[in-house]
Design a protein around this ligand. Structure first.
Ligand code: NAP
Length: 552
């Protein structure tokens, strides 16, 4: 007999852990299935050198428990991966969450059983679970893009992907290392290993806009002050655009003098946080000429920093507006290219031909390496769901339903897939916000929804196709009013060959989104079909007959 639960959750990272906590507190039986041997999700897998969150600790931690907040002392302004992993382990222990997690296991399939109004969930060890609700919390940026380069298997040295980094120490001392990719992971890895390696070669396809990361230890005074004001800080973040407590500007870049703009950009650069430059003026992401002023400011910093003008030019992003691809924070990134043992290969001029047993061959010849690091990103937003064979009502698969791009209502549900929820899914603002605030909003909304269904004796909830179509259109319209769709970013799926191009995150902002979700719930889950009054008691009866055992 399969184990039965009210909810089966994919993943035990920030989303999965909070789902277990909320759903269990609300009296639901839950099981999270986690591929890793431990909790942490993103922060388990991305254990690469220099991995660090570029949202501040205070805004990248749970806000649901004041006790948790009061007992956890963040050590730095930007939390490093080891500290984030310790934090999530602490959360799992403190709230006794591990007993509802099955580790070292992957969900391979999920099939909606219409008469039972529930899901049959297949695991890679051959086990089957049954659940009323199936919740995809496997991460928005979690499916590594191990980009297909001919000859990879033939390489005799070590090969890594930043998103599946081994947990044993890797020593690059004295090695010749290649890093392919210059997104956030590539920037962090390169700068972290540059001091140790004998030779570092960075393979760049598209230059990024990278601002300096100004990290510092958090003093006891700073922590005390945060704890005093955190309630208000969290509340401001929850209703902000990006899930952070900083106000959105009201002044347009083009309405002030060039000198005033430079001063504002310089301040933002020097007090850097991920959104600092973007939050200098209101029109940067909607007006090309306004954006050009901040893009050019960053280009100026690159020219100022990188001594060799040819390398500086190669590092200079020109093909897309600032922040339409996610910008990076880096510690001495541009400075790194002034060092004799660090080399930049511009793949636009000299593409990779193949990986050989000894190294990497580009059109300018072969270079030998001891190790190659793929910092080539992720099949974002849809990749984690796509690796599971999901079949909804009438045999409709998620692959078929999303063949032209992901179709969701609020990024939370998809028509044809009753009782399936997504956390930070495509069509939600998640990926363009400080993730933890978005995750808490999603999980709270889903929990409230399940409680509503239970209170009403309902068994199923499903997005209406019309409501979904309107939401998809709305997401698109909002994006089209901005510069964001211009870049070949993972926001549009352009980093994955063959992926349909569609701007996936909702750009209306977390606060607006929260208000919409709340209004929809208050109106009796407008845009959803709620059904099946008889089914829940039946499930309960069956459980009772099995001695009240609902799962492990
Ligand atoms: P990414 O931003 O998608 O960057 C991947 C890099 O690999 C890009 O430079 C890309 O070039 C390059 N690339 C991909 N395929 C390639 C190929 N076939 N040949 C050569 N180059 C190739 O991935 P990421 O750096 O892992 O970051 C993903 C997201 O995770 C970030 O945007 C961020 O949201 C999050 N993240 C956050 C942090 C943090 O908080 N500090 C750290 C890491 C990641 P193109 O640009 O030409 O595609």
């Amino acid at each position: 007999m399969p184990d039965r639960y009210d909810a089966v959750i994919v993943g035990a990272g920030f989303s999965g852990l909070y789902l277990i906590k909320r759903l269990r507190d609300a009296g639901f039986s839950v099981l999270a299935v986690e591929a890793a041997p431990s909790v942490g999700g993103t922060w388990y897998w991305n254990a690469y050198p220099g991995a660090r969150c570029d949202v501040e600790s205070f805004d990248y931690s749970y806000s649901f428990s004041k006790e948790l907040e009061d007992e956890w002392d963040w050590s730095e302004r930007y939390p490093g991966q080891p500290e984030l992993l310790r934090y999530l382990n602490h959360v799992a222990d403190r709230f006794d969450l591990r007993r509802d997690i099955r580790f070292d296991t992957r969900v391979t399939s999920a099939t909606f059983d219409e008469p039972a109004n529930g899901w049959t969930v297949g695991l890679d060890n051959g086990d089957t679970l049954e659940a009323r609700f199936f919740i995809l919390a496997g991460g928005a940026i979690s499916m590594p893009n191990f980009t297909a380069i001919e000859g990879r298997e033939s390489f005799a040295g070590q090969i890594y992907h930043t998103g599946t980094w081994p947990h044993e120490p890797i020593d690059f001392t004295g090695k010749r290392v290649a890093v392919i990719g210059t997104g956030s992971s590539g920037v962090q890895t390169s700068t972290a290993i540059a001091d140790k390696v004998a030779q570092l070669t960075v393979f760049q396809r598209t230059p990024n806009y990278t601002a300096p990361v100004l990290n510092h230890p958090l003093t006891p005074e700073a922590l005390a002050e945060w704890r005093k004001t955190s309630g208000e800080r969290h509340e401001r973040s929850r209703h902000s655009r990006q899930g952070i407590p900083y106000a959105f500007p009201t002044v347009a870049a083009l309405s002030v003098s060039a000198e005033e703009r430079q001063e504002a950009y310089r301040n933002a650069w020097e007090n850097s946080h991920l959104f600092a430059l973007r939050l200098t003026y209101s029109d940067l992401m909607v007006d090309e000429a306004a954006n050009e002023t901040v893009s050019e400011f960053v280009r100026g910093r690159i020219r100022e920093t990188v001594k060799d003008p040819v390398t500086a030019e190669r590092l200079t992003p020109r093909s897309y507006p600032f922040a339409t691809k996610r910008p990076c924070l880096g510690k001495g990134y541009y400075e790194m290219f002034n060092r004799a043992h660090v080399r930049l290969v511009d793949l636009r001029e000299t593409p990779i031909v193949r990986i050989t047993p000894e190294g990497i061959e580009t059109t300018e010849g072969e270079a030998p390496f001891d190790a190659i690091v793929f910092a080539t990103g992720f099949d974002a937003l849809t990749g984690a769901a796509a690796r599971i064979a999901i079949t909804g009502r009438d045999g409709l698969t998620l692959h078929e339903a999303w063949a032209g791009g992901p179709e969701t209502y609020l990024g939370l549900a998809s028509a044809g897939f009753p009782n399936l929820f997504l956390v930070t899914g495509p069509g939600s603002p998640g990926p363009l916000t400080a993730m933890v605030k978005s995750i808490e909003q999603h999980v709270d909304w889903i929990t409230d929804c399940l409680e509503h269904l239970r209170a009403q004796g309902l068994a199923a909830i499903e997005a209406e196709p019309e409501a979904q179509a309107k939401w998809v259109e709305h997401v698109q319209q909002v994006a089209d009013g901005t510069l964001y769709p211009r870049a070949n970013s993972w926001y549009v799926g352009a980093n994955i060959p063959g992926k349909p191009r569609r701007f996936m995150p909702y750009l209306g902002g977390l606060g607006v989104y929260r208000a919409k979700c709340d209004a929809i719930a208050a109106a009796g889950y407008e845009g959803f079909v709620l059904s099946g009054p008889a089914a829940l008691p039946e499930l309960a009866t069956e459980r009772d007959q099995r001695g009240g055992q609902i799962g492990g």
